[in-house]
Design a protein around this ligand. Structure first.
Ligand code: ATP
Length: 237
């Protein structure tokens, strides 16, 4: 099956003289959740910034559905849904206006918007916040807004950076079961996390990043004996 996301021999970082990620390669296919795992500072967010097109690789290439950011930036941006680690929002727009803006930028019909938004608002228990501004939200509520905006447009690929930090247990369950459903319907999901218990429960494959390099990748069984990163096997962590 053709990959949704292909990262090929990518070296990159924040300045040409200093590579933060080094020669990394991996793919995400339809119907799989792939965990990007690593300690603080391993390079997970830097990898994601390259995939989003926010940083240009110093070397190597990245493709989403066969397209690179450089060749078609607009359609590239529309082909993934991004759930950021820290919420990004407009102070002057209400929750509902954020949802409408997202729907408009992705060409959703009014019917698609109202049907999908209604389900999401109910699932994430945010109906009462619809006409309020994100500034009046708690951190977890702002995170839920980011999640709803990404899920609304039903992209083929989801890129999720530390998704469960700041969410309450019901929010975590809603997000992970919703992503599971997206996967069953054909989506591919790349999820960065350092919470191994969550990754083990929900992810099909694992990429272990350490000091900007991929130390191992594979299924849980393939990695069970892996001891190179923390000095422990995954079972011990
Ligand atoms: P965490 O789990 O703490 O979020 P991470 O695996 O996402 O960590 P990154 O944020 O990608 O790690 O950081 C990798 C390296 O890049 C670190 O050494 C960090 O100091 C550096 N770095 C991150 N952001 C910048 C930046 N804006 N400018 C320069 N260096 C940065």
């Amino acid at each position: 099956m053709a990959a949704l996301l292909e990262v090929n021999n990518v070296t990159g970082g924040y300045s040409p003289s200093h590579a933060v990620i080094k020669n990394i390669s991996f793919a995400v296919h339809p119907r799989e959740i792939v965990a990007l795992i690593g300690l603080n500072g391993a390079g997970k967010s830097t990898t994601i910034k390259h995939i989003l097109g926010l940083l240009q690789p110093l070397d190597g290439s990245i493709k989403i559905a066969g397209q690179s950011f450089q060749s078609a930036p607009d359609s590239y941006r529309l082909s993934y849904g991004y759930i950021p680690e820290s919420p990004i929002y407009y102070e002057e727009l209400t929750l509902w206006e954020h949802i409408e803006l997202m729907a408009m930028s992705h060409g959703l019909t009014k019917e698609e918007l109202s049907k999908r938004a209604e389900l999401l608002l109910r699932e994430f228990r945010m109906e009462e916040m619809k006409n309020r501004f994100p500034q009046q939200f708690s951190k977890g509520m702002r995170q839920k807004l980011m999640i709803m905006m990404a899920l609304l447009v039903q992209p083929p690929l989801y890129i999720v950076d530390e998704p469960i930090l700041g969410l309450d247990p019901l929010g975590i369950r809603s997000l992970l079961t919703w992503l599971q459903r997206c996967k069953e319907q054909g989506a591919g999901i790349l999820m960065s996390t350092h919470i191994l218990a969550t990754a083990e429960k929900y992810c099909d494959r694992f990429i272990i990043l350490h000091k900007g390099e991929i130390k191992a990748q594979g299924t849980l069984d393939e990695l069970r004996q892996f001891t190179g990163l923390f000095g422990h096997s995954l079972d011990d962590i």
